[in-house]
Structures are given as structure tokens and as C-alpha cells.
Design a protein around this ligand. Structure first.
Ligand code: HEM
Length: 147
């Protein structure tokens, strides 16, 4: 597991929850536009879920749940397990995680504009990798179970 998030980072993440509640789907829609420039990554996703707009909604809900519970992750434990199972079913690998970070953080900036200060983006960068590390290790265990 990665280093725990600092109390300062946790406070910043929680303070962004109202903005995520309001603009989450806009942010994740923008994120996928950035992410799908890479055809290899686009191919991992179910096109039906993309076209129906479901995937940006699911990701926005997951990010909001994470922001609201960043100091009590046990609340979202089973939701995280479900996402990891879906990732393993769709062959998501650790090496895909940087591309999502590189699409998500600029998408937050694109949508929130000046509200996405360097402090906010830095906190989200740390929080992303904290969650990503947890998911990568759970997914590793699931891949091992399957093999
Ligand atoms: C911390 C980072 C991530 C979070 C919070 C996240 C969240 C989610 C959520 C909520 C779902 C929907 C699960 C469901 O159907 O119930 C999902 C599915 C999926 N995610 Fe992620 N994800 C992350 C990273 C990634 C990465 C790095 C990739 C690879 C580029 C990826 C690719 C996918 C794919 C392919 C699906 C299945 C989509 C489908 O059903 O067509 N995710 N993810």
C-alpha cells in the first residue's frame, strides 16, 4: 500500500466534494475525451456503455464516493472490490493507470478552471495514486486467483 494521505490532503479532497457533485459528469466526460485519444485504451471499454453515457456517470459517482469517504475508506470497500473485478474482466493493467491520471487531472482543470488551484490538483494527484495503488494491488490478487 502507498503512504497514507496527509490530513491536509484529506481536508482538500473533502472540500472539493460539492464541486464534484455539481460537475462530476462534465469532468469525467472530458476525461474520457482526453483518454480515448489512445486507441489501445479506448478498445478496453465497452462501446455501448460509452455511447449511453453510463461510463462517465459511473466514474463520476465513484470519484465522489471516494472524495466523501477518503478518511473512512471501509465505507466504499465493497464498491472498490466490484470495480476491481470489472477491471480484471476487461483486462485493465497497472500500466494503464498513468494514462487515466494524465487525463483526469487536466480534465478537472478544464472544467473547474480557477477553482482547480495547484493545491487542489496536487491533492487530487496524491489521492488518485493512493486509490490507484490500492486498486492495483487488489487487481493483482484477482489476476493471480484467476491464473
Ligand atoms: C482510480 C482509478 C479508477 C477508478 C476510480 C475507476 C472506476 C471505474 C468504475 C466505477 C467502473 C464501472 C464499474 C461497473 O461497471 O460497475 C470502471 C470500469 C472500467 N474501468 Fe475503471 N477506474 C479507474 C481506473 C481505470 C483504468 C486505469 C483503466 C484503464 C485504462 C480503467 C478502465 C476501465 C474499464 C475498461 C472498465 C469497464 C468498462 C465497461 O464496462 O465497458 N479504469 N472503472
Amino acid at each position: 500500500m502507498s503512504e497514507p494521505l496527509s490530513p491536509e490532503t484529506i481536508a482538500i479532497i473533502k472540500s472539493t466534494a460539492p464541486a464534484l457533485q455539481k460537475h462530476g459528469v462534465e469532468i469525467t466526460t472530458r476525461m474520457y475525451e482526453r483518454l480515448f485519444v489512445d486507441p489501445e485504451i479506448k478498445a478496453l471499454f465497452n462501446e455501448a456503455a460509452q455511447k449511453s453515457g453510463e461510463q462517465p456517470k459511473r466514474l463520476a459517482a465513484a470519484i465522489l464516493a471516494f472524495a466523501n469517504n477518503v478518511d473512512k475508506l471501509e465505507v466504499i470497500d465493497s464498491a472498490v472490490n466490484n470495480i476491481c473485478a470489472r477491471h480484471v474482466a476487461t483486462h485493465v493493467k497497472p500500466e494503464h493507470y498513468p494514462a487515466v491520471a494524465n487525463a483526469l487531472l487536466p480534465a478537472i482543470k478544464d472544467v473547474l478552471g480557477e477553482a482547480a488551484t495547484d493545491e487542489v490538483l496536487n491533492a487530487w494527484g496524491q489521492a488518485y495514486w493512493f486509490l490507484a495503488s490500492l486498486m492495483i494491488s487488489r487487481e493483482k490478487a484477482l489476476y493471480q486467483d484467476a491464473s
